[in-house]
Design a protein around this ligand. Sequence first.
Ligand code: NAI
Ligand code: COI
Ligand code: MG
Length: 363
Amino acid sequence: MKAHIVTLPGDGVGPEVTAAAVAVLKAVAARYEHVFDFDEQLIGGAAIDACGEPLRAASLVACRCADAVLLGAVGGPKWSDPNAPVRPEQGLLALRAALGVYANLRPLQVHPALANLSPLKNERLHDVDVLFVRELTGGMYFGTRTRSDDAATDECKYTVTEIERVVRRAFELARGRRRQLTSVDKANVLETSRLWRSTVQRIAADYPDVRVEHQLVDSMAMLLLTRPASYDVVVTENLFGDILTDEAAALAGSLGLLPSASLGDGRRGLYEPIHGSAPDIAGQGVANPVGAILSAALLLRHSLGLEAEAEAVEAAVDTVLRDGPHSRDLGGSAGTAAVLAAILAALDSPAANTVTRFSGARA
Ligand SMILES: NC(=O)C1=CN([C@@H]2O[C@H](COP(=O)(O)OP(=O)(O)OC[C@H]3O[C@@H](n4cnc5c(N)ncnc54)[C@H](O)[C@@H]3O)[C@@H](O)[C@H]2O)C=CC1
Ligand SMILES: CC(C)CC(=O)C(=O)O
Ligand SMILES: [Mg+2]
């Protein structure tokens, strides 16, 4: 098949991990006789430096015309002045809104070979298989902000439509898995959460085959660490999902491992590792590329419909997590290039890839 993919490497380790993911996509194209063409565009601090804005209109048009968009990360200390007129994150938020990718899928599994890195020492760690569905285009990240000398506000607003579409997506995903949905909110305090909860309760009537529970976000932060194997699909609003998934990444062993797929109603999606630009390790060639490479696998699955190819990438990652080499965040000493080379080699000899129950981190 032919596919047109826009890449937005961004800042910090973004370009390092995106280059690795593109190398994997090129290897997939060669092996399976597809034609993928890539168009690299600027976003975030790199775009501010080049043209004064974090996402140019022309880059957005390029994304809208693509079959899929692959992003690295944005931001960093260089652009973090609180008084700066524009910030890198504005480009990412504008992109997510403009593409209408309201459902951010963040799968979490714990690879058996990495279980020792988890803060939990629990035999049920191997059973952890959670799919977070984070609302991505509403809530506090998109509310009106105000600032005076001695006060600031961030509006948190949700409409029923915004809640309903992501919750329905989560129910549908639960139907394809273990039919269990946990909705996370703060309904004991927040009005947006009360609207969230009543909307989930109403929609649940359409999915009688899915078991639903509601959990307050503060206790969920604790339960995620004490009984993560109890959860199947977890749906929540933008801010809570952002925080809970970084916490969840600790269970897997590193923030550098987790991928994401951001989807709307159409086929085109935005794919990015869940981590940020990691300025503390940027430019050293040591970033873990696995989150970005697994995001490329999600791109193959969700935007291009190439299931076998997605599984081949996930199996190659599985093999390398099992056998090494491991990057520094996983306790190894391999750089990004060595991890990539091992994944490409595994992709080249699929028969050698034993697929454990861990399938990358699949969504
Ligand atoms: N989607 C995005 O573009 C995001 C951007 N950011 C931005 O990134 C910048 C840094 O934010 P932080 O809070 O430091 O979060 P971060 O996710 O960039 O890094 C947190 C920690 O995880 C490590 N880490 C992250 N990715 C890694 C990888 N692939 N391999 C190995 N280690 C990795 C980092 O070295 C750091 O110690 C900020 O400007 C922030 O706004 C933060 C989160 C998401
Ligand atoms: C706007 C982003 C920087 C928020 C974030 O941390 C994320 O999407 O993971
Ligand atoms: Mg985040």
